[in-house]
Design a protein around this ligand. Structure first.
Ligand SMILES: N[C@@H](CCC(=O)N[C@@H](CS)C(=O)NCC(=O)O)C(=O)O
Length: 215
């Protein structure tokens, strides 16, 4: 199996975190032909990363890939056995994709904008701090309370927190997790776990490369 991925992508990062945490036999590769190439588009409907190649089949969408890997290798899976707990976790992951990630997009856009639109930035920061509180509220549910090992929710959340922590200082917000101590604690904890530490380091290197003047 191969995972087509890029270091900075939070969607690819969550799958890599699962792969590292579970020590799954999946090779990590760049998208064949490169992003946007005819070759890559011919393999995947969406043309995005990540994509899992299994034999001659290709699966896109990070959450579907995580579910597939968890189903394929059930021994030691991170997915809870309990149906209710599993569904709460799915709901949290859907929250991250449908709502939380949306709160980050205006900041990504304003990073590239010249000049920046301060009104957009201010509104985005207010919205982001509201979403951080909602994200924390998910971790406060009994079914999703932070545990002593990485959960699937952590695999999804830590890469987006990486962007919260990395982008906020560019907009004058140096401690974006100050008002959300549960998130701040889990974030600090994730820096010490082998799988998340490795992925967050790869993301930092990927972001640095992406932001270098050559790119
Ligand atoms: N919903 C998708 C999102 C994947 C996604 O947006 N990937 C970005 C990188 S972070 C991408 O490939 N962008 C390139 C493009 O859209 O052409 C997933 O969960 O896998």
């Amino acid at each position: 199996m191969e995972l087509y991925n890029l270091p900075h992508s939070p969607y690819a990062a969550r799958v890599r975190m699962l792969i590292y945490e579970r020590d799954l036999a999946v090779d990590l590769c760049d998208p064949p032909g490169g992003m946007g190439s005819e070759e890559y588009r011919s393999l995947t409907v969406m043309g995005k990363v990540p994509v899992l190649k299994h034999g001659d089949r290709y699966l896109s969408e990070s959450t579907a890939i995580m579910e597939y890997l968890e189903a394929l290798y059930p021994d030691g899976k991170l997915t809870p056995e309990d149906a209710w707990q599993r569904s709460q976790q799915s709901a949290m992951i859907r929250y991250v994709d449908l709502y939380f990630a949306q709160a980050l997009f205006p900041l990504f856009q304003q990073m590239k904008a010249s000049p920046r639109d301060q009104q957009v930035v201010d509104a985005a920061l207010v919205n982001l701090s509201a979403e951080l509180k909602r994200l924390q509220a998910w971790y406060e549910l009994p079914e999703l309370a932070p545990s002593s090992s990485l959960s699937l929710a952590d695999c999804v959340v830590m890469p987006v927190l990486f962007y919260v922590v990395s982008l906020s200082p560019f907009f004058g917000e140096n401690e974006p997790l100050l008002a959300t101590p549960v998130l701040a604690e889990r974030w600090a904890w994730a820096q010490e776990q082998a799988a998340s530490k490795r992925v967050l380091g790869e993301m930092a290197a990927g972001l640095k490369a992406m932001m270098s003047p050559a790119n």
